[in-house]
Design a protein around this ligand. Structure first.
Ligand code: 5GP
Length: 191
């Protein structure tokens, strides 16, 4: 048994949020790290559940206090992984981070032997576009920027340890769980 940091990345709209929720429900020993962001909550999102929604001023002061394991800017908003929470939880078990590829690669640099990078990919870019437009439903998020970013994220796939295609949700979930279980159960100390 190893305590690992599982980074689940993938383009916006790929369904990683749903997959991660199901993974955590099936494997209660995993802990989700809740990031901080300066972006506004989407309908249905709750402070402390999807994100801690903070002001830019608070985010900046946390950067100065070295409170983030990693942080990055997306679409003009800031996102960061709380360092002390992750370090504390890793002493007790494995932790899941749902963050972008830059954040994932940074996490791996900081905790190289304990980080497993998993990329959720859409069956095609067309399918991703359809999902993104469906989710936006007129809220006006910048679709072009999200698609450009999606292409960039998918190009980083060779740097990731695993790829999970999210075509059928149940199949993708099964694959994700297999990866997590086999990594946790691997012999040897991953440092
Ligand atoms: P969204 O606004 O759609 O929730 O997230 C936008 C992007 O920010 C996604 O790619 C998401 O994975 C990424 N993200 C969320 N939390 C973090 C974080 O703590 N650090 C980094 N680097 N990216 C994050």
């Amino acid at each position: 048994m190893r305590n690992l940091l599982f980074v689940v990345s993938g383009p916006s709209g790929v369904g990683k949020g749903t997959l991660v929720k199901r993974l955590l429900a099936d494997m209660p020993s995993l802990t989700l790290s809740v990031s901080c962001t300066t972006r506004a909550p989407r309908p249905g999102e709750e402070n402390g559940r999807e994100y801690f929604f903070v002001s830019e001023r608070e985010f900046s002061s946390r950067i100065r206090e070295n409170d983030f394991l990693e942080y990055d800017e997306h679409f003009g908003q800031w996102y960061g992984t709380p360092r002390s929470f992750v370090e504390r939880k890793l002493k007790q078990g494995s932790v899941v981070l749902e963050i972008d590829v830059v954040g994932g690669l940074n996490a791996k640099r900081l905790l190289p032997g304990r980080t497993v990078l998993i990329m959720i990919v859409p069956p095609s870019l067309e399918a991703l576009k359809a999902r993104l437009y469906g989710r936006d439903a007129g809220k006006g998020e910048d679709m072009e920027a999200r698609l450009v970013r999606a292409k960039y994220e998918l190009e980083q796939l060779p740097l990731y340890d695993y790829e999970v295609v999210n075509d059928d949700l149940e199949t993708a979930l099964q694959r994700l769980e297999e990866i997590v279980k086999s990594e946790i159960d691997k012999e040897g100390d991953k440092r």
